[in-house]
Write a protein that binds this ligand. Structure first.
Ligand code: C5P
Length: 222
């Protein structure tokens, strides 16, 4: 039916921050609220898609009709995404909106690190895998459409285009984060595809999500 053009399509969406443990009680994370990713998951489900939402720690309810998988560290997020991609159904749509931590702690302590007179401990960091680049890599399980996000404080177009080709995804939602974005309900974005750039007026994250879901539906119709 026209109201639910993504019926029969499968989608995976990542959202929220990751939490990279230091020891059993501490960790490194970031200020992503997860709102934009949750809104995308909800909008895809509203159009009929079967949505798996792979979420880092956030304080949001799962959207109606969406299957949520909780994860903490980036390595867990990557494994959860791969499990979804490897399921029998295949994946039509991937939208990677999570704010994945760039680094994790090398050598997570198995017990709580104690305060010692000699001064604070140092943390050794190692790079996290790029989940979006992995999902975008050519192969039989690559989703038909892979969408990434790029939060930039300057040179949005240059940086978003560089990300598009470096990561190998199909579209990038470029997000100008020089204003108010984090934790807020509004968002000013530009959709970069292989052939063009569509600036969208500032609108709520729900509206951005709905617009993106409709663009995705049009892509599959064409
Ligand atoms: O490189 P940068 O973090 O700016 O890229 C942002 C895009 O890449 C987002 O879509 C984000 O979800 C994704 N990403 C990822 N895994 C990472 C880093 C970013 O999936 N380790």
């Amino acid at each position: 039916p026209d109201g639910r053009p993504l019926t029969g399509r499968t989608a995976v969406v990542t959202a929220g921050p990751t939490f990279e443990p230091i020891d059993p009680v501490r960790g490194l994370t970031n200020r992503s609220s997860g709102k934009q990713g949750y809104a995308v998951a909800a909008a895809l489900a509203e159009l009929g898609a079967e949505v798996t939402l792979i979420s880092g720690p956030v304080a949001l309810d799962a959207p109606v009709g969406v299957t949520r998988v909780w994860v903490e560290a980036a390595t867990e997020m990557k494994a959860a995404v791969e499990a979804r991609l490897n399921s029998d159904r295949g994946t039509d749509i991937a939208v990677m909106s999570a704010a994945v931590a760039d680094w994790r702690v090398d050598g997570i302590a198995s017990g709580k690190i104690k305060k010692k007179p000699g001064g604070p401990p140092s943390l050794a960091l190692i790079e996290n895998p790029d989940i979006l680049a992995g999902v975008s890599a050519p192969g039989p399980r690559r989703p038909k459409l892979v969408v990434g996000f790029a939060a930039e404080t300057s040179d949005l177009e240059t940086n978003a285009r560089a990300k598009l080709s470096r990561k190998g995804c199909d579209w990038i939602v470029g997000n100008d984060v020089s204003g108010e974005v984090f934790g807020s309900d509004g968002n000013a974005v530009t959709l970069f595809t292989r052939n063009g750039a569509e600036p969208w007026p500032r609108q709520s994250k729900t509206e951005v999500a709905r617009k993106l879901a409709h663009r995705i539906a049009d892509h599959f119709k064409a």
